[in-house]
Write a protein that binds this ligand. Structure first.
Ligand code: SIN
Ligand code: FE
Length: 298
């Protein structure tokens, strides 16, 4: 696919069909450069195989109907309903994906490997569209990921996704403009963090730790993009279709993304510190510090 105006290739295809591939050093450099520049790495031949008794989980009835996703944090499966045996089998499937996705990231990017923190794994049995209760939670609108209750102080959010759809349905994303022009366009609308705000939110347990100014600005960008219908319609964007059996990887704190449609997907979130990156100067923290001219994490 063509470069866009800012020199970021939105999609880079990887001809890899193993969760534990051997990758030579030149390929590692090429993939890392693309990923950290804000490309989505797409592996159309890397499916997550379900065991015969796991195909039953491709059904919304396993959702508890309250949570948006079924998720695994540590050993606990949340947002699902079923008998203890069924929930244990579902947890085994999601755990296997967590191990595969983490192994894939380590194999593709050996420099990351010792620094990776595995966070939540989610299984998304609901359709991507039509569940949003508010514009802020509406992931069919373009956004960068930022977590309101979990400040990350510039740590990266790297996500691995896999489309499991059994009926041939693609997961369809829209991907927006690169991080820097998005931030330059939307930052003027983000209100400054108030003195004492971070301490107060942490004391009230709205956040699990005090927000840095970086976290405040990232949430502000998330909200500014999602709340602006004109921006959603008019900003530079393109559609990407992920067929069933496709895995894809991106920095979701950097890539403007929106899930337009699709059903049945697994997703693994990992965090890594800036010091693990091949090119830290391309991170959202470095870009925002360049734009604002000040340190955003102290
Ligand atoms: C998101 O991470 O914003 C949604 C991704 C998806 O559900 O495909
Ligand atoms: Fe997102």
């Amino acid at each position: 696919m063509d470069n866009d105006a800012n020199g970021v290739t939105p999609v880079v295809m990887l001809d890899i069909a193993s969760w534990r591939p051997r990758v030579d050093a030149a390929e590692v450099e090429r993939h890392a450069h693309a990923l950290e520049a804000g490309s989505v790495l797409v592996l159309p031949r890397l499916a997550f195989e379900l065991a015969p008794d796991e195909t039953r989980f491709l059904d919304v009835r396993w959702s508890d109907g309250k949570a948006k996703n079924i998720s695994l944090e540590g050993d606990a499966i949340k947002g699902a309903r079923g008998t203890p045996d069924e929930l244990a089998a579902l947890a085994r499937m999601v755990t296997r994906f967590a191990a595969d996705a983490t192994a894939l990231v380590s194999a593709l990017f050996p420099r990351y490997s010792p620094h990776l923190t595995r966070a939540r794994t989610s299984y998304r049995p609901h359709g991507a569209a039509g569940r949003a209760v508010s514009w802020r939670k509406d992931d069919t609108r373009l956004h960068v990921d930022a977590f309101p209750s979990r400040p990350n102080r510039g740590e990266r959010i790297l996500r691995v996704f896999c489309n499991l759809n059994p009926d041939g349905e693609d997961r369809v994303w829209r991907v927006g403009e690169p991080f820097e022009p998005m931030a330059r366009a939307l930052l003027p609308r983000v209100r400054p963090m108030l003195p004492g705000e971070a301490t107060l939110l942490a004391a009230l347990r709205v956040t699990k730790a005090p927000r840095s100014e970086y976290d405040h600005l990232m949430l502000g960008l998330h909200d500014a993009a999602k709340s602006d219908v004109g921006y959603q319609r008019e900003c530079a964007q393109r559609e990407i279709r992920f067929a069933p059996g496709t895995t894809w990887i991106c920095y979701s704190d950097q890539v403007m993304h929106a899930a337009a449609s699709g059903q049945f997907m697994l997703e693994q979130t990992t965090h890594l510190p800036l010091s693990a990156l091949y090119e830290p100067a391309r991170s959202p923290l470095a870009v925002l510090e360049r734009i604002t001219g000040r340190k955003l994490v102290v």
